[in-house]
Design a protein around this ligand. Sequence first.
Ligand SMILES: *Cc1c(COP(=O)(O)O)cnc(C)c1O
Length: 337
Amino acid sequence: MIDFRSDTVTKPTPGMLAFMQSAPIGDDVFGEDPSINSLERITAAKFGMEAGLFCPSGTMTNQLAIKTHTQAGDEVICDELSHIYQYEGGGIAFNAGCSVKLLHGDRGRVTAEQVLAGINAEDVHKPISRLVSLENTSNRGGGACYHFDDFKAIKKVTDTHNLALHLDGARIFNAIVRNNEAAIEYGNIFDSISICLSKGLGAPVGSVLLGSVPFIKKARRWRKVFGGGMRQAGFLAAAGIYAMDHHIDRLAEDHKHAHILSEALAQKEFVTSILDVETNIVIATINGKYTAASFVAALKEKGILAIAMTPTQVRFVFHLDISESDLAQTIDIIKAL
Ligand SMILES: *Cc1c(COP(=O)(O)O)cnc(C)c1O
């Protein structure tokens, strides 16, 4: 099977496995796992942040950030397509007791004007606007990325209104590679950043939350409360260290392959539109000979896995375990459908 369902499906490479096996470990709840401590330090330094916190999932790093920035009764401002709103099980309400102000952006990206318009006036009737959360790249937006200047404009608004600014950077390295950004600049913009090691970077498990020393201290406490304090998890952190050393630059290849697939899909009469490919995700709208579900079923019969995101949209995600020959084989199969 060639698996385009998600960039989470990657398996560790032999090099990664060997590095994991040789990792020094200790009890991280005691703060004594050298590999986790290194990963947290390395990641924070890369992004110009003070401190990091290793967690089992990106859902947990996002939810910890929301919990740490807010009080129950506050409001979180985000785009309607955001993972924190769409795909985290209602955690904003359940974990943090917050309401959500949804913005209607472009493929998951919002503007400073939209953020400003989403902030509630000081009014006893209204929840207190406390946190703005952005997503780069946008998952539901088909891998769309922000221009860095948009972050700067949004940061001005959040500073002026005394709001915290969080980044769901599950695929931040895809954006950095695509736009040739300096990771360290992100530290000047965001109060907290969530980074997934388990997506295109190819680690089996893990995310890192970044922020100031006091912020991470509070988040570490909430991580324990959420049940995310792991013990000798340095083997997993080592996979993340290895991934950051070996699997960032190669993301450009995934982006190139995604673009090539989108061009092949565009030739089919049952593909009525495709979101412009910016990174490693291709979202095609299917209409005519196939529905999204029947197209996915036809692909599956030929050994290709993709996801029907909506009744009309199919998503393909590129990652470490999709080779150039997998791409060529996929294109041949699609040509024949
Ligand atoms: C995958 C993802 C996450 C985190 O997902 P987990 O499966 O909990 O690690 C968060 N945000 C976005 C945009 C994602 O794509």
